[in-house]
Structures are given as C-alpha cells and as structure tokens.
Design a protein around this ligand. Sequence first.
Ligand code: ADP
Ligand code: MG
Length: 328
Amino acid sequence: MKPPTGSPLLQVQDLSVGIRRGSAYLLGVDAIGFQVQAGEIVGILGESGCGKTLTALSILGLLPPGIHLTRGSILFDGLELLSLSERELCGIRGKDLSMVFQEPMNSLNPLLTIGRQIAEPLRLHGSKNKRLIEGEVLDIMGKLGLPEPIKLAAAYPHQLSGGMRQRVMLALAMVCKPKLLIADEATTALDLSTQAQILHLLKRINQEFGTSILFISHDLGVISRLCDRVLVMYVGRVLEEGSVEAVFGDPRHEYTKGLIGSIPQPEQKGKPLLSIPGKVPTIKEKPLGCPFAPRCSKVRDRCTARFPDAVSLNGEHQVRCMAVTDYA
Ligand SMILES: Nc1ncnc2c1ncn2[C@@H]1O[C@H](COP(=O)(O)OP(=O)(O)O)[C@@H](O)[C@H]1O
Ligand SMILES: [Mg+2]
C-alpha cells in the first residue's frame, strides 16, 4: 500500500540508547532517525547486535533495566511517547501500537487457552462484554485465516506448531486493530515455507487493515520481499535508507553493497562466496566516525574523524558515506 501524504504515523528523531557498563554508557543506538507513514511497511535491516531490537523496545517503552534513552524524540500518531507516563503508554501499547517477536513460545502463556490469550488485549483495553470479546476473537482469527477458529481457541500453545503459534501471536497483536505493528525477527525461527506464509499474512494485514508495519530482520531477502522502504543499520547507526528498489537495486554504501554481494546467487554456483572482510565491532569497540570504516575498501582518513551527514541521492534514497559525498 502506498503511503498517503501528511504527517508520518511514527517519527523517530535523533534517538540514542545508552547501555550502562560500570560508570559509562555505551551507545547501542546512536542518533538515529526515521519515519513510518500510515499504511507503509518499513524494514530495519542489520546484522546481530546492530541495535534493531533496542530501537523497537525504545518505541514500545520496554527497554530493560540498565538501558536508557539518552536522547531523542518518538512521535507516534501525534503524541510524544517519551513524555507519557507508564499508565498512558499502557493505554497505547497492545492497542494502537502492538508487536510480535521472534519466539512466540516465550510470549504465550502455556497455561491459558489460545482464545483467552487473544482476548487479553481487548480486556486490558476496556472491553467487558464476554460475548462481544468472543466474537472479536473468532473474527480476527477468521480474518487472518487461522483454521478452525473455535477448536483452535480452545487449544493450548504446546499443541500448536511454531508457524501456527506465530499466527496466533499476529491475531493477538491485531485484535485491537493497531495503527502500527512492530515485528522483530518475527519470521526468523521459522522454516522457509512457514516464513513465506507469515510474510504473506503480514502483507495481507497491511493491505486489509491499513496497518503500518515496522519489520525488523537480519535477512535481506525477507525485507526485500515485504517492505516498501528499508533502513540499513550497522552498530547503532543508520548507514543507508530509501525505497527497497533504490537501496537494493542501486546500493551506495559499501556496507549495503557488501551485504548484497554476500547473498548466494544460483548463477555463481561453484564460485567462492563474497564476504565482507573483518567482523562487526561490538559497541565497546565501535570506532569514531563511520563504524564501517575499518572494513571498508574505500576508507579515507576523513571517514574515521566523524560520522558523515546524510546525503539525499534522489528524494527517497539517503546514504551516510564520505565516499559518496566527497570522492564521487
Ligand atoms: N539487555 C541487554 N544488556 C546489555 N546489553 C544489551 C542488552 N540488549 C542489547 N544489548 C547490546 O546492545 C547492542 C544492540 O543490541 P540489539 O538491539 O539487541 O541488536 P540486534 O537486535 O540488532 O541484534 C548490542 O551490542 C547488545 O549486546
Ligand atoms: Mg534483535
């Protein structure tokens, strides 16, 4: 679904997340900004440890103890989330803003039936009529194509496959018809055919309910299949962003080029796989300037002095790389 014009549904500005290590704070997320328009699917792509989950948890107000927002602003549907009380945030979370994570078994209660759990957000957000709640639960299960809703509602989580549990999590996330769904590695633990079904379901959710989706994954292929736009994250920074066609069709940051080059291609069979030399630094080792500089084949002195400003290539495509701005 194409995003309508107007103010964005979600606007993250200059967001930094600090992790306490002794007396110091290390930045797990470092001054990032992005927007999600109503009806849009935005992907966050990055290797493990790049700050994707901390970004999601910041938006949800669910950062773990010892981890804090040190800077920034998160506007959701016109509200500054960072100025809301926990109680006010609870009124939004699970209703207008909901989420699914990687391992549904950790999020589902093994002792409660599926129907009871899908009903929980409705109860939490004020619905009292048991009949109406039951109706809504069966309705969302039906709309999301869950088989035999009445029988499934009476089942317990351990009786379901991983793929079915993730569908149940999506029903739970969608029962209050949220404006934004945050999916963090929601297809990562699934086999390929189940993954395809969940991606299809997410697309349907976006199209039928108009729900915006912030889809977080380390898997470039999955992001390119589902998303309208993508942010490429690396050690807490956004290095490149734009429409999926622009970023993956004409990548400009050496890191994005490396990620695309390391995907196996059928026509390359028998040839050695390309890979980015070196490894992702930890946030403690993160260098000054561009965090990718130590692994970059185009690195110059200036790259290690400061993190580059974003350059717009053509409206919808932005990159933060000195090689693009200075040496092109
Ligand atoms: N609960 C935590 N305690 C300490 N460090 C954490 C915690 N969660 C994340 N981090 C650190 O923050 C950085 C970003 O983590 P995360 O957002 O989970 O990355 P991603 O989701 O991209 O794999 C990593 O260096 C990670 O080690
Ligand atoms: Mg993560």
